[in-house]
Write a protein that binds this ligand. Structure first.
Ligand code: MRU
Length: 336
C-alpha cells in the first residue's frame, strides 16, 4: 500500500507532514533541529503514539549532527526536553529509552551521530513491520463483512506504517470484509474528521464522519458491528489509555452488545504500570476548546477542563490486537 508518511528521514533532515493543516493543505516541516521536533510533538504537528516515538528518536539523533561538546551533557539536555513534550503515550518514553541504551554504548564513538540515526531508522522500520502484522492479526475479528466505528486517528499519520486500528480496517477492507466505516470527528482537535477521513478517502474505503455524540444513536439503529481504536498506553491488567471519548464508546458497546477492540504495538504495553490509574493523562490548554480553527466561539473567561485522553477499563475491552497476537480477557501482560 502506498501511504502518506508521518515522518521521513531525508538528506539528514526530518520531514514532518504538518498534521494541524490536514486535510485542507499538505505542508511540511523540514528540520534538523531537535527543539523544532520537540515543538512539533507539543503542537500535534506530528501526533499519534508510535509516530511521536519515532519523531523523538530522530530528534535525539539529529541533536548530535553538528554537536562537538560534551556528549553526556548534550544527551541529558535533549532527553529531558523530549520527555516533557507529551506525557501519555508510552511509545515516546520507550523510544527515548532505546536511544539512551545505544547512546550509553557509543557515547565515545567518533561515529555517534550515524549510530544514533541508524537506531532511529531501525525503530521506524520496525514500526512499519509491526503495523503490517497488527493488520494481519486483526483479520481474526472478521467472519463476515462488518460496519466499523473508530475514534481519533490510528493510520499512517499516527505511526510509521499503515497504522494500528486503521491497519486492521485497511487489511480487512482489502479482503472485502469491511462494509462501511464511521469516523468519530474526535473533538476537540478533530483527528477523526480531518485525518482519519483523509486516510479513508485515500484508501477508497466508504465512510461517513459522525459527531462524537452520535455514536449511541448509530448503535441503537444497528449500524455498528465493531468498534476498534488505538491506544497510547496499556496497563498490565489491560486498562487502556486512548483519545478522550474512547471510554464513552466502550461503555456504549457494552450496553449495545457490540465488541470493543484495541489495536496497538506490543510496546504500548507498559509493564511498569499495573493498572490504568497510574497512567498520566495529558491536559491541554483552553484555547483548543474555546476556539475552532482559530475562531473564538465562547468567552475567554470561561473555565475549561480538557483531558486529552481517558482510560478504558479492561473489562470493557473484548480483545487487544498487537503484532504478537490477539489477547483476550482476562489480561495479564506481565506473563506475555
Ligand atoms: O493526541 P493524539 O492525536 O496524539 O492522540 C492519538 C490517539 O489517541 C491515537 O488513538 C493513539 O495514539 C493510537 S495511534 C496508533
Amino acid at each position: 500500500m502506498s501511504y502518506i508518511k508521518s515522518v521521513d528521514f531525508k538528506d539528514d533532515r526530518l520531514v514532518i507532514i504538518n498534521q494541524t493543516k490536514l486535510p485542507l493543505a499538505e505542508e511540511y516541516i523540514i528540520t534538523d533541529d531537535y527543539e523544532r521536533i520537540a515543538l512539533s510533538i507539543e503542537r500535534l504537528e506530528v501526533r499519534g503514539a508510535p509516530a511521536i516515538g519515532i519523531a523523538a528518536a530522530y530528534a535525539v539523533a539529529l541533536s548530535f549532527k553538528h554537536f562537538k561538546g560534551n556528549a553526556e551533557e548534550r544527551f541529558a539536555k535533549v532527553f529531558a526536553r523530549l520527555k516533557t513534550t507529551r506525557p501519555t503515550a508510552v511509545n515516546l518514553f520507550w523510544a527515548l529509552g532505546e536511544m539512551r541504551s545505544v547512546f550509553e554504548k557509543n557515547k565515545n564513538s567518533e561515529n555517534l551521530y550515524h549510530i544514533l540515526i541508524s537506531k532511529a531508522e531501525s525503530i521506524h522500520k520496525d514500526d512499519i513491520e509491526m503495523c503490517e502484522r497488527i493488520g494481519a492479526n486483526g483479520l481474526k475479528l472478521f467472519d463476515k463483512k462488518l460496519r466499523i466505528l473508530t475514534h481519533c486517528n490510528t493510520g499512517a499519520l499516527a505511526t510509521g506504517g499503515i497504522g494500528t486500528a486503521f491497519a486492521v480496517i485497511y487489511t480487512a477492507f482489502q479482503k472485502n470484509l469491511v462494509e462501511y466505516v464511521y469516523a468519530d470527528e474526535t473533538r476537540p482537535l478533530l483527528q477523526g474528521s480531518r485525518l482519519t477521513a483523509f486516510e479513508l478517502e485515500k484508501a477508497e474505503i466508504p465512510f461517513s464522519i459522525i459527531t462524537d455524540s452520535a455514536a449511541a444513536f448509530l448503535m441503537r439503529q444497528g449500524k455498528v458491528d465493531l468498534v476498534i481504536t488505538g491506544a497510547d498506553r496499556i496497563a498490565v491488567n489491560g486498562d487502556a489509555a486512548n483519545k478522550i471519548g474512547t471510554y464513552n464508546l466502550a461503555v456504549l458497546c457494552k450496553h449495545h452488545d457490540i465488541p470493543f477492540y484495541i489495536a496497538a504495538p506490543y510496546t504500548t504495553i507498559d509493564k511498569t504500570c499495573p493498572t490504568g490509574s497510574e497512567i498520566k493523562i495529558e491536559e491541554r490548554g483552553k484555547e483548543e476548546i474555546i476556539s475552532i480553527a482559530g475562531r473564538q466561539i465562547t468567552k475567554e473567561s470561561y473555565s475549561v477542563y480538557s483531558p486529552a485522553f481517558d482510560v478504558t477499563p479492561h473489562e470493557l475491552i473484548e480483545g487487544i490486537i498487537t503484532e504478537t497476537g490477539l489477547y483476550k480477557k482476562p489480561y495479564n501482560f506481565l506473563d506475555v
